[in-house]
Design a protein around this ligand. Structure first.
Ligand code: PLP
Length: 355
């Protein structure tokens, strides 16, 4: 545990934008709540943490991050409960962000100040959480290299920011995916396990090509042989083959998804057989061909569970239309949602209530 004991200096916005915002009609990631948390790293240490009005900031065109992408981020959510607000598994996002920081040569963020910042920011802007079953407050922590310098080396200075967005469902319909065997997202020894900006920028072009062919998302395969399934653009993937949930093992090239971990824990406790292992493209292709692939879904904070309705292997396209076969994912997804929204007790210690 890295601690500071520093207090957050808070300057509230003078004019809340909330009264002028229609929370019933929001696009994912386009509306931002009133406040943000900012903490700078200079002279080898973290400076005074602050909460202030969300707004633009000044940056030098020579900021290292703009050139060499030394930047990492996280995504987590806060939910309305019958009596207040819960943040879901923030301790795991904090740990993952610090692992990403290590991989990207960035300083560790003190866990206590990170947690205090999340709780305080959500507490201040809880009025921004829309009401309704699929609504939540998406929380975006990120850190970037702030030195004004041209040259490839780790920055000396960093800025760590957290802001939040009111959101509703990410995908409203099941998604169509294509198994990508030409481009790669990650490879052994690379940055696949880190949540760093460059991983996403590199995926844009193949995803855009996939979108032009009618696919919402790609399913990445390993960067060396393209024979093994890895994950999707912003989700881990699960396949239900005749009642067994199968998902690629954490091998260092895919993100250690927190939704993935939650689904595995709940599914096992519900008596579902779950296998974390190498998953070959061939295995899923054959299962789809002979009707043994009952369902497939993506799992991530933004979408929670995104059912896959169509999956393409090259020119061969399969429909996974049997809604009844989504029973496992629906049961697990509903339980996960009930825990997050405080409708049933949390036996796992995942919830951090915001008082
Ligand atoms: C590449 C990638 N894989 C998987 C996930 C799912 O992770 P989590 O469940 O922690 O949101 C995400 C989202 O953060 C992601 O960006």
């Amino acid at each position: 545990m890295i601690t500071t004991g520093q207090k957050i200096a808070t300057q509230l916005t003078e004019r809340s934008r909330l009264p002028g915002t229609d929370l019933d009609n929001i696009k994912f990631g386009r509306v931002f709540s009133d406040h943000m948390f900012v903490m700078d790293y200079t002279d080898g240490k973290w400076q005074v943490p602050k909460i202030m009005a969300f707004g633009d900031m000044r940056m030098s065109p020579a900021s290292l991050v703009l050139h060499y992408s030394q930047t990492i981020f996280e995504g987590l959510k806060a939910y309305r409960t019958p009596t207040g607000v819960n943040i879901f598994r923030p301790q795991d996002n904090i740990a993952r962000m610090n692992r990403s920081a290590t991989r990207m040569c960035m300083p560790q963020i003190p866990e206590d100040i990170f947690m205090d910042a999340l709780v305080e920011l959500v507490r201040l802007d809880q009025g921004w959480i829309p009401k309704g079953d699929e609504a939540s407050l998406y929380i975006r922590p990120f850190m970037f290299a702030s030195d004004e310098y041209i040259g490839v080396r780790p920055s000396d200075g960093y800025r760590f920011i957290i802001f939040t967005c009111p959101v509703r469902a990410y995908y409203s319909d099941p998604v169509k995916v294509k198994v990508e065997v030409e481009y790669s997202r990650a490879f052994p020894g690379g940055t696949g396990e880190a949540k760093c900006g460059g991983n996403y920028a590199g995926g844009l072009y193949p995803a855009m090509k996939g979108a032009s062919e009618g696919f919402h998302q790609l399913i990445w395969t390993d960067g060396i042989t393209h024979k093994y399934i890895e994950e999707s653009g912003t989700m881990n993937v699960f396949f239900n083959i005749e009642g067994t949930l199968i998902t690629p093992a954490l091998d260092g090239t895919i993100l250690r998804g927190i939704t993935r971990d939650s689904i595995i824990r709940i599914a096992r406790d519900e008596g579902v057989k779950v296998e974390e292992r190498q998953v070959s493209v061939e295995e899923i292709h054959v299962a789809a061909k002979n009707g043994r692939l009952h369902s497939a879904f993506g799992a991530g904070t933004a979408a929670t569970i995104a059912h896959i309705s169509n999956i393409a292997f090259g020119d061969e396209k399969f429909e996974l239309p049997n809604v009844a076969d989504r029973k496992i994912s629906n049961t697990v997804g509903e339980k996960l949602d009930a825990i997050r929204r405080g409708r049933i007790p949390d036996p796992y210690g995942w919830i951090v209530p915001v008082s």
